[in-house]
Each structure stands twice: as C-alpha cells, then as structure tokens.
Design a protein around this ligand. Structure first.
Ligand code: ARG
Length: 270
C-alpha cells in the first residue's frame, strides 16, 4: 500500500497561453490552441490536486509570456531553498524574474538568482538520494554544479539526445521521493546516461516509446497518486502493479506546446 504525502504546488493559469513561436518540435504556431479548453484542462488539474488534499498556490500570468503556464520551469525548490531559473530562449527570459519576485514576496529566505542557464524542474528532479539534472537542450551543465553547491545534494548529470524530449521531465518522472523510485524512457538518453540510470535505478519502471510520445513521463506523483496524461494508457497497468493509483488527466492543449501535467506544476518542497 502506497502512502500519499501532502504537497504544495505552484501553478500559473493559462490566461495568455498560446503557441506563437517554436522552441521545441511540438510547437507549431500554425496549429491554434483553444484557450477555453486550455483553461478548462488547467482548472481540472488544479482541482484534482486540491481534491487529493494538496495545496495549490497561484502565480499570476503575465501577457506576452505564452509559456508561463509551464510553472515547473521557473524555479527549483528543495528544503525551502529556491534556485531561480535562467531560460535558454529569449522568448521565455522574462518569466524568471516573475518567479523570483513571487518567492521573495512570500519571504523565502534563500532565493538565488542563478549564474547559469537552468529551466527549473524542467531539468531538475528530486529523489531521496539525488538531484537528477538534465542537459543537452536547455540547462547548462554548469548549472548542475551550481545546484549541487546551492542545495547541498549530490547531482547526477544526465544527457538528453532526442529533441522531442528536450527537458528531463519529458523523459523521466519521480514516483516515490522517499525512496529512489522513478520511471523513464531510455530512448531519450545517451548510452552513458542510460547506463547511469540502470545502475542507480535497477528497479525503475521503463516507459515505451509510445508512452513517451504522448508525454506520459510528464507526470506528478504524491507518493501514491500519479497524475499523468490520459493518452499514456500503457503506463497505467505497470503503475497499478507497483501499488500506485494512476490518475489520467486530459492536457491535450498543452501538448501543442510540448508540455503536460508536470510542466504545469512546480513543487514547493519544504
Ligand atoms: N513550450 C515550452 C518550452 O519549450 C514548454 C515547456 C514545458 N515544460 C516542461 N517542464 N517540460 O519551453
């Protein structure tokens, strides 16, 4: 039997969410998003978290920042310490100060404006032993050292190779952060990084190419409930076999920008 622990999340409503530029292979500005449907899906995700007993804080969306809905990219919060983001693409640069301001206004004592490019939890994942850190498309490997020093946790650098899986959280999800239990798609990583994952996580749930291709790894777990995109059907049975409760949510509008459940959810770890 798995146990959920209460979480605190930060989300940003899709008030200005659109696909107006393309910085990853999922984004095609010719394919319009349906703003009303996007809002409906986002509110559904927020309400499911609240229904499961979690706290959802809200960061106001700013105009001209259509990707700001992907709150996970704006910071990384571990042990109450906040490492701000520094975006790789100019289209998203202005999101970083908005996040920093939010944390400072709430009195977080350790808020660091980073020296190196890192896209928050897009490329950082927290297990009980390690901070897993992606590189290859967005975050700089220099940001990995910066995070290790700041969070005082050992960082494991992982290199991504497939442009569809440009952030670590499109290819890997933490299922139980009191243990070192994860799921991932091996095809998104270089052979060396794959070998590292096999060594550290021999019992990991391995996703198929089909589940990865519908952003099935872009999931959020509270230790028991795993919220994941509805289309990732193949992951449900293996999650259930491990004692998790898969909760399927429809995030189709956000997939048009290359994001899903996890991208919309920044975890505020006390
Ligand atoms: N369009 C956004 C980008 O390419 C999507 C970000 C998705 N967020 C994530 N955590 N993977 O930057």
């Amino acid at each position: 039997m798995r146990t959920a622990t209460p979480r605190r999340y930060l989300m940003c409503p899709p008030a200005h969410f659109r696909v107006t530029y393309s910085i990853n292979p999922w984004m095609d500005p010719r394919k319009p998003v349906d703003p009303a449907l996007a809002l409906f899906q986002w509110e559904d995700l927020r309400d499911r978290y609240r229904g499961l007993g979690h706290t959802v804080e809200v960061l106001d969306a700013l105009p001209d920042l259509p990707d700001m809905v992907f709150a996970a990219n704006g910071a990384t919060v571990v042990d109450g310490r906040v490492l701000g983001a520094r975006f790789a693409n100019p289209e998203r640069t202005a999101e970083a100060p908005a996040h920093l301001a939010w944390f400072r206004a709430r009195g977080y004592p350790d808020v660091r404006e980073p020296d190196h490019v890192n896209e928050g939890e897009g490329d950082f994942a927290v297990t009980s032993s390690w901070l897993l850190a992606g590189q290859g498309f967005r975050s700089s490997p220099l940001a990995h050292d910066e995070a290790q020093e700041f969070f005082r946790r050992p960082v494991i650098s992982l290199e991504l190779t497939d442009p569809r899986y440009y952030h670590l959280d499109t290819a890997l999800a933490v299922l139980d952060d009191t243990a070192d239990e994860i799921m991932y798609y091996p095809g998104a990583f270089t052979p060396g990084s794959r070998a590292v994952l096999e060594r550290l996580f021999p019992d990991a749930l391995l996703a198929t190419a089909a589940d990865a291709a519908v952003l099935g790894l872009n999931a959020v777990s509270d230790g028991r409930n795993v919220l994941l995109p509805r289309a990732a059907r193949g992951l449900r049975a293996p999650l259930r076999r491990r004692g998790f409760v898969p909760v399927a949510v429809d995030m189709s509008e956000f997939h048009k920008a290359g994001g899903s459940v996890k991208c919309c959810t920044l975890e505020l770890r006390p």
